[in-house]
Design a binder for this molecule. Structure first.
Ligand code: SF4
Length: 216
């Protein structure tokens, strides 16, 4: 085989091996999540929802916690809010399978209550591990809880999603350069036309940025 072809084959193999390895890391994190009893949420959940998507994705979407349908199916964002997220993703040129989608808390809080500080503190090391493996260029936080958590990790002041949304925050997280883009949680669109429009506008802003960076 000519030298150039050998080198291309080697490069392809190393890229393929790296992808397998990232997937294996994510699978290992998911396996730990599934058997986790660190907080009380394991007592009431039906299924763990570790998160899912492309291991080498350049963009991660992070929500709050699984809801009813996510708990039933063990997948993130599969209820009505998830369908709207799919629509928003297609607006910016992404299929759900081409990005990574997860939550700061991996088990459903009873009756969809908000996650408690203790639950967030105990569960977020799993999200941190996922961020380390994926090494995204962009982290899109969906709603108050995930934005507050990610902002706290990079020492950005946070006074609510209404003030923070729709802007890009270039920073370092876990030793990596990353741009954080907060927006509303898609579930907000189910009860407020105002938030729905705002989400659509924010995703268009995001699309414009990703086009500039040639990521779509
Ligand atoms: S919610 Fe998180 S910390 Fe609590 S038991 Fe589940 S995986 Fe563990």
């Amino acid at each position: 085989m000519p030298l150039m072809l050998i080198s291309i084959e080697r490069k392809k193999k190393s890229v393929r091996d790296a992808c397998v390895s990232e997937k294996e890391f994510l699978d290992a994190i998911a396996a730990k999540v599934i058997v986790c009893h660190k907080c009380e949420l394991w007592k009431t959940r039906k299924n763990a929802v570790p998160g899912e998507g492309r291991p080498e994705s350049q963009i991660m979407f992070i929500g709050e916690a699984p809801g009813y349908w996510e708990d039933i199916k063990g997948k993130p964002f599969v209820g009505a809010a998830g369908k709207f997220l799919d629509t928003l993703l297609s607006e910016i040129g992404f299929a759900r399978q081409s990005v990574f989608i997860g939550n700061i808390v991996k088990y459903r809080p009873p009756r969809n209550r908000e996650p408690l500080p203790d639950e967030i503190q105990k569960c977020t090391p799993y999200l941190d591990s996922q961020i380390r493996v994926i090494q995204p260029k962009y982290i899109v936080t969906l709603g108050n809880y995930s934005t507050a958590y990610i902002f706290s990790k990079v020492a950005l002041p946070f006074s609510g999603i209404t003030q923070a949304h729709g802007k890009f925050y270039e920073t370092s997280i876990l030793g990596m350069r990353v741009t954080i883009f907060p927006t509303f949680h898609p579930s907000a669109s189910l009860y407020s036309a105002k938030y729905k429009e705002q989400l659509i506008r924010d995703f268009r802003t995001l699309r414009h940025e990703l086009e500039q960076k040639r990521l779509v």
